[in-house]
Ligand binder design. Sequence first.
Ligand code: MEV
Length: 305
Amino acid sequence: MAVAEAPGKVIISGEHFVVHGATALAASINRSVRVEASHSAKPEVVSNLRDGESLLPAKKLLESLYRERKVAPNVKVVITSEIPDGAGLGSSAATMVALTAAVSLLEGWYRDMPGLIKAAGVGEKLVHVNPSGIDVTVSAMGGVILFRVGQPPQPVVLPRPVRLLVAYSGRKRDTGRLIAKVSSMKDAFPALFSALCDSATLASQMSLDQLLKGDAAALGKLMTYNHAVLGRAGASNARLDGLVDLCIASGCLGAKLTGAGGGGSVIGVPPENGAPVVEKLKKKGYNAFITEIPCGGVRAWIASS
Ligand code: MEV
């Protein structure tokens, strides 16, 4: 049996605008998806979380991986996810990356990192229609990455780990629909949208500078600024705005929606002692946790079944 584990992700700056050419800053987190692949008489995909319908992209990716090699997909895939579906934390990308890595290892199909990202990206497109590729790239490579479509991803080395708060709003989001919603602003106001893309690139670079300096207060302020801009562009809603306010009122130095928005999750810069913030959010019914970045990327190995 071949096993692979791939992490989820948070976008620290630049979501949505990255689809239109801006630079984004993202990091893998300490929650992952595990895929076990073993040979079987017929193709089978099972999961601890996903219903039949949301397993369809994984099934289609599996078929496409085997079709490419002109072999029958006689494989059983078991998906176990620690990342809620639709939480904006990259669960579908992590599934595609782990599935591609596990099946490739099982079949002896060698893939380098760009090859793995490309193959997993085929599955991600089935879920999100027009993704930038940032989610699969971060899940595969891990760490902290500056990402721009059409350019090689730039891994960032942090001088010391940084803690981020992650809080799931409890509302599933639909990334494809949100991308279309924010993109419609580009059609209505092309010059304004282009200026927002330039400003997102600047905000990503400034957020990176603060991460490197370890200036939590400035990073937090940039997050809150980014949230306001994403809200104006149509990615937020009352629940997410309320969650950002709650994170800040509970002690975070700043917070923002992360990923597509419209539901999904919020990230924040926790104070020195983040545990009370997590407790407050949990008491209000939110699934919250602290992740330290950098975390690793995909790992795959052979195990006895
Ligand atoms: C989703 O995690 C991030 C978006 O920018 C979409 C994408 O880049 O593929 C909203």
